[in-house]
Design a protein around this ligand. Structure first.
Ligand SMILES: N[C@@H](CCC(=O)N[C@@H](CS)C(=O)NCC(=O)O)C(=O)O
Length: 219
């Protein structure tokens, strides 16, 4: 198994957590430096024409891409412990909570969006950061709204065991930390994220624990 990843990539963080939960250790981890633009070089473009991390090659391939699809693949090929509930309604809720981060919030803060704002729209750094903080906060507020009122919320986002929703909540909260978003208005989200980050599969997957990561993130 070959995993294409970068310390700072929150989508890679999601998959790293899933791999750790499943006790899967990739044979090789390939570092694609997003800050240097390695994702747009031919070598990686041939792996993933979308030029985004993460990507995973399991056996002969073809490549797996998109973190949610990769996590679901891992869940189906390594079913214990499960990342999705057994019942359809539960699965729908977990996927929906996960997608608040993976589909609606995180895509608005990735390098290609930030580069476009800087170089094409000529937005200065405060404007770019305002954009990012706004969309992170919207995601956190949406999560808080659901989690704080749903009877399915337990120790974790969906009951008493970790699901894909918790992985995406951890990614959302970690992104909020990178951009110093005020998280006080989201106590349910923060409670769950804190619980998760105390667990080894989450803690050792943290961006700042990866090779090449700095001690702290300056945006
Ligand atoms: N929806 C994708 C998002 C992938 C994504 O945007 N990855 C970021 C890093 S977290 C990336 O590779 N960005 C490169 C760029 O924006 O140029 C997923 O969940 O895998």
């Amino acid at each position: 198994m070959k995993f294409y990843s970068f310390w700072r990539s929150l989508a890679s963080f999601r998959v790293r957590i899933a791999l750790n939960i499943k006790s899967i250790v990739p044979d090789e981890v390939v570092n694609i430096d997003l800050m240097k633009g390695d994702q747009r070089q031919d070598a990686y473009r041939q792996v993933n024409p979308q030029m985004l991390l993460p990507a995973l090659i399991d056996g002969d391939g073809p490549i797996l891409f998109q973190s949610i699809a990769i996590m679901e693949y891992l869940d189906e090929t390594h079913p214990h412990p499960r990342l999705l509930p057994a019942d359809p309604r539960g699965r729908a809720r977990v996927r929906a909570l996960a997608l608040i981060n993976a589909a609606d919030s995180h895509p608005l803060m990735v390098p290609r969006v930030r580069n476009f704002m800087e170089h094409e729209l000529k937005l200065d750094e405060p404007a770019r950061e305002k954009w990012i903080r706004h969309w992170i906060a919207e995601g956190l507020a949406a999560m808080e709204g659901h989690l704080s009122r749903d009877k399915e919320t337990g120790t974790f986002a969906h009951g008493e065991s970790v699901t894909m929703a918790d992985i995406c909540i951890a990614a959302q909260v970690t992104g909020a930390g990178f951009f110093k978003v005020d998280v006080a208005p989201y106590p349910t989200v923060m409670h769950i994220a804190t619980r998760c980050m105390e667990l080894a599969p989450f803690a050792k997957a943290h961006p700042l624990k990866q090779p090449g990561a700095p001690a702290a993130v300056a945006h």
